[in-house]
Design a protein around this ligand. Structure first.
Ligand SMILES: N[C@@H](CCC(=O)N[C@@H](CS)C(=O)NCC(=O)O)C(=O)O
Length: 218
């Protein structure tokens, strides 16, 4: 049994759960003792970050490293495409999510609460998100998923970040518009069983978080 340190709205934990389910691996979600970033949790996971896994005494943090570990642990179904260039591009697309798109969206979290919101910052951040989505649209060629018709490690962060965009758009009046091909990609992701299963519990957890911060249901 794999232990997954996570909290319900943790975006990168959801990215790992998608892989755990796609692989059919048994896991249990465990809250980080003392909360993430706490000294108690850092005694177990020195970076203090979520997600982290513990598997037969082996501890590993960082969603990308965890997902690659899971793919090697349970090779079938493989979540990498066949050729070396396709695999390299899949890695680049996954990093594009982790280092470009998601941080641009995450920067909005401190502004979800209308009382603490800096509207000027939000306007600039929306332009950045729109720009990063346009970059994704130029780099990726979803057909219908990033590496073809089967889920790959490249895909697993995107459904969660795009769900954040979708669910913050209304309450924060962001006006982010997904490029047509990225909108179609998002719909294809939602049809993937392991993504659909994750969104079933993730969307209510996210709605609850947004509602608790804004004081209104998302
Ligand atoms: N690159 C890391 C990022 C993980 C991350 O930022 N997790 C958030 C929660 S979703 C976190 O732990 N934030 C607390 C911190 O950075 O100290 C990964 O992919 O696991």
């Amino acid at each position: 049994m794999i232990r997954l340190y996570s909290i319900p709205p943790s975006l990168y934990s959801a990215k790992v759960r998608i892989v755990l389910r796609a692989k059919g691996l048994a896991f249990e979600d465990v809250l980080p003792p003392g909360g993430y970033g706490s000294d108690t949790y850092k005694e177990i996971v020195p970076s203090g970050t979520l997600p982290a896994i513990e598997h037969d005494g082996f501890l590993l943090a960082d969603s990308e490293a965890i997902n690659e570990y899971l793919d090697e642990l349970a090779p079938e179904p493989s979540l990498w495409p066949g050729g070396i260039r396709e695999r390299a591009q899949a890695r680049a697309l996954s990093r594009l999510h982790d280092t470009r798109l998601e941080p641009a969206v995450r920067a909005l979290f401190a502004h979800v609460d209308p009382v603490k919101r800096d509207s000027g910052f939000v306007v600039e951040q929306v332009k950045l998100i729109q720009d990063r989505l346009a970059q994704l649209d130029r780099i990726a060629d979803p057909s219908p998923l990033l590496t073809g018709d089967r889920l790959s490690l490249a895909d697993c962060g995107y459904p969660i970040t795009l769900t954040f965009v979708e669910m913050l758009n209304g309450p924060m009046q962001l006006g982010v518009v997904l490029p047509d091909r990225i909108a179609a990609y998002f719909e294809a992701l939602k049809r993937e069983p392991s993504v659909a299963r994750e969104l079933e519990t993730y969307r209510p957890a996210l709605a609850e978080w947004v509602g608790s911060v804004t004081g209104t249901p998302a």
